[in-house]
Design a protein around this ligand. Structure first.
Ligand SMILES: N[C@@H](CCC(=O)N[C@@H](CS)C(=O)NCC(=O)O)C(=O)O
Length: 207
């Protein structure tokens, strides 16, 4: 059974969703990042950047255990292990990778800064941070809206890119985005959230 070191955050949920959608058996080991569990030596041994999620698969390549950190790498590993949610053909695969990298490099780090700055007490600092990162967050939603105007999913079919982006879109109230302004994102978001596997992923028990 795969062990998932995780917490109820966007990056954690991406992996919970993928595991549920693939029907893979797994066990969650909560890492309370508010209490500093991510700095414990036993966690750092598998996640040297002190961040969730991380996994240990006792049945890794060649039947030997493997541990992985970074949610994008974990999604790619699980896709390779199951043959699901990542097309085998080169064009289809790289289309998924484009949108996965879009999420990992932008639509995650940027709204994450909004989550930080909304809680900053100093008004000038808060205003500066929110001006900068809310504007960029909204630009990213506009990019997604344009893509979804002509595509049901981010790539040609449902993929790990959708799961990765959904983890962060789920936090739209926290980064102060009204999906009514991005109707194609809203259509995709509602369809994704209606999937039983996605729902189970967001409801995963962490204690
Ligand atoms: N690029 C990493 C980011 C992971 C990340 O930022 N995890 C956050 C929770 S969503 C975390 O563990 N924060 C704890 C810390 O930074 O100390 C990934 O996608 O896995």
């Amino acid at each position: 059974m795969i062990e998932v070191y995780s917490w109820a955050t966007p990056n954690g949920h991406k992996v919970h969703i993928m595991l549920e959608e693939c029907g893979l058996p797994y066990r969650v080991i909560p890492v309370d990042i508010g209490a500093g569990d991510q700095f414990k030596p036993e966690f750092l041994a598998i996640s040297p950047n002190n961040k969730i999620p991380a996994i240990v698969d006792p049945d890794g390549p060649d039947g030997r255990p493997i541990s992985l950190f970074e949610s994008g790498a974990i999604l790619l590993y699980l896709a390779a292990k199951t043959g699901r949610f990542l097309p085998a053909d080169v064009r289809g695969k790289y289309e998924v990778l484009e949108w996965l990298m879009f999420q990992m490099g932008g639509f995650g780090p940027i709204p994450g800064q909004v989550h930080h700055f909304v809680a900053v007490e100093n008004e000038d600092d808060r205003r500066y941070g929110l001006d900068r990162f809310s504007k960029e967050t909204r630009r990213l939603y506009a990019v997604m809206d344009r893509r979804l105007a002509t595509h049901e999913f981010f790539a040609d079919e449902l993929s790990i890119a959708d799961f990765a982006i959904l983890g962060w879109a789920w936090r739209h109230p926290r980064h102060k985005v009204d999906l009514a302004e991005f109707p194609h994102v809203r259509r995709w978001y509602e369809a994704m959230m209606a999937r039983p596997g996605v729902r189970r992923g967001f409801e995963v028990k962490l204690s």
